[in-house]
Design a protein around this ligand. Structure first.
Ligand code: PRP
Length: 443
């Protein structure tokens, strides 16, 4: 195609960032110009469209036009890599001379994109199989199939400590990009004489991280570069961290824990605190919109709902009052519900929103809803953070749902196992060994 550069990109799991899988003919500086935001960089590709940029320096669909100009890039064509009808990645072709792309060029790129889709999907399947092997406690097998590009296994780290850091980030479900941006620090005769490339970028925290070693001479040098970087790029948030600093930082951002012992028994983190908070803000927006101009009574069932209720209500832009109920279960199979603490105030004629941490079989909610309906509220809706639909026995109407969870034992963020784990800031899956022999998964 007489192109000057090519790049194959994959979308991260949240479909927010593009991760480079392979490149040809592009300079290091161009490749490390910063994180590629899928909504800012040729955004229409997300909708499955081909994007043609005639002049990269002047087109607002290009995220870093200045760098394209400096690197002499004129025209770009981007073609989506589609998996099951959705964009899962992209192919981009770059040219120095302005040019058009013919129908033959476009159809060639579509064919390459189709081949990429097959590779991406095989890689994903491979990864699921690897995960399955790991959870069954088998030894990890090597394979001919390349791993999915957005993960730990595909990144070649310069140092083992970086891989450890990435594993920790993965454990806490924190999105990361490895070395996505190089910062020029010094120029000589119009050319870059010194650059600094931080090890990681954490998009959810908008934070660059450089890992430290204990070698004093390296540390002094890094500190010098960081000072320079902060002077030249004051808008950039960057931290120099060792492992302990990192754990403290996690705690500060609510990822926790400070001591690793606290997560003993957790197989993996399902939703990080940042992800929970993001979802809660969206739910709160929908609820506030739906109840505009009205007052709302939030009713929670103790105790699992405490974290969710506390965070949700802070984002509601409505006059809100709170009430709580407590229940216990009895009967041979423990499925008969009894109210042990009833409402403080009457809900007759009020708009009521039942708030739950998790709906599992639906028995509890079904009972509570019929109890509340008998008090004739003006309206009665349900908001649950988690919906374990796979275990539903009674059909209950759910108006606002945070996440649909798999049929596994989830704990943290209010949810317990034998009274513990409620204080974890994230939602994790309990290690299957802990609940072995306890029958079907409870909540
Ligand atoms: C959980 C949860 C729901 C109920 C859902 O409470 O808070 O109220 O289970 O289960 P179901 O759909 O099968 O009825 P749990 O009994 O664990 O008590 P807790 O809130 O004190 O943790």
């Amino acid at each position: 195609m007489q192109a000057n550069g090519c790049r194959i990109l994959s979308l991260n799991s949240q479909k927010e960032y593009l991760i480079t899988v392979g490149t040809y003919g592009l300079s290091d500086l161009y490749l490390k110009k910063g994180p590629l935001d899928a909504r800012k960089s040729l955004p229409d590709i997300l909708e499955g469209k081909v994007v043609f940029i005639a002049d990269a320096a002047k087109d607002e669909r290009v995220q870093y036009p200045q760098i394209a100009l400096a690197q002499g890039i004129s025209s770009i064509i981007g073609v989506p890599v589609l998996g099951k009808g959705e964009t899962i990645g992209e192919i981009r072709i770059y040219t120095h001379e302005p040019r058009q792309f013919s129908e033959a060029d476009r159809s060639f790129l579509h064919s390459v994109a189709d081949m990429c889709a097959v590779v991406f999907e095989r890689a994903e399947l491979h990864q699921l199989l690897e995960q399955d092997h790991k959870t069954r406690g088998r030894r990890k097998k090597s394979s001919q199939v390349p791993p999915l590009p957005t993960t730990l296994e595909s990144s070649s780290f310069a140092h083992p400590s970086e891989e450890d850091f990435a594993k920790l980030l993965d454990f806490y479900c924190i999105e990361w990009l490895y070395e996505p941006r190089s910062f020029p620090l010094r120029w000589q005769g119009g050319k870059i004489a010194e650059m600094f490339t931080p090890d990681f970028y954490l998009p959810e925290l908008d934070l660059y991280v450089e890992l430290t070693t204990l070698k004093q001479n390296l540390l002094t040098e890094k500190n010098r570069k960081l000072r320079q970087l902060r002077e030249l790029y004051p808008e950039v948030n960057i931290r120099l961290l060792n492992k302990n600093d990192f754990l403290k930082l996690l705690a500060k951002y609510g990822y926790g824990p400070l001591g690793e012992a606290k997560v003993e028994g957790i197989d993996r983190v399902l939703y990080s605190n940042a992800k929970i908070q993001r979802r809660i803000r969206t739910l709160a927006r929908h609820i506030s919109r739906d109840y505009t101009g009205q007052r709302l009574v939030l009713i929670g069932i103790l105790k699992g709902v405490v974290c969710f209720m506390a965070d949700l209500m802070q984002h509601l832009s409505l006059p809100v009052t709170l009430d709580f109920m407590a229940i216990s279960y009895y009967g041979g199979d423990g499925q008969v519900v009894k109210i042990t603490r009833d409402l403080d105030s009457s809900i007759t004629g009020q708009h009521v929103l039942m708030v739950e941490d998790i709906v599992d079989t639906g028995m509890t909610l079904n009972y509570i809803l019929s109890h509340l309906s008998a008090h004739n509220p003006a309206s009665l809706r349900v908001c649950t953070l988690l919906d374990k639909r796979a275990r539903r026995l009674v059909n209950v109407p759910l108006d606002y749902v945070g996440f649909e969870v798999p049929d596994e034992f989830v704990v943290g963020y209010g949810l317990d196992y034998k009274g513990e784990y409620r204080n974890l800031p994230f939602i994790g899956i309990l290690h299957p060994e802990l609940i072995k022999g306890e029958g079907p998964t409870p909540t």
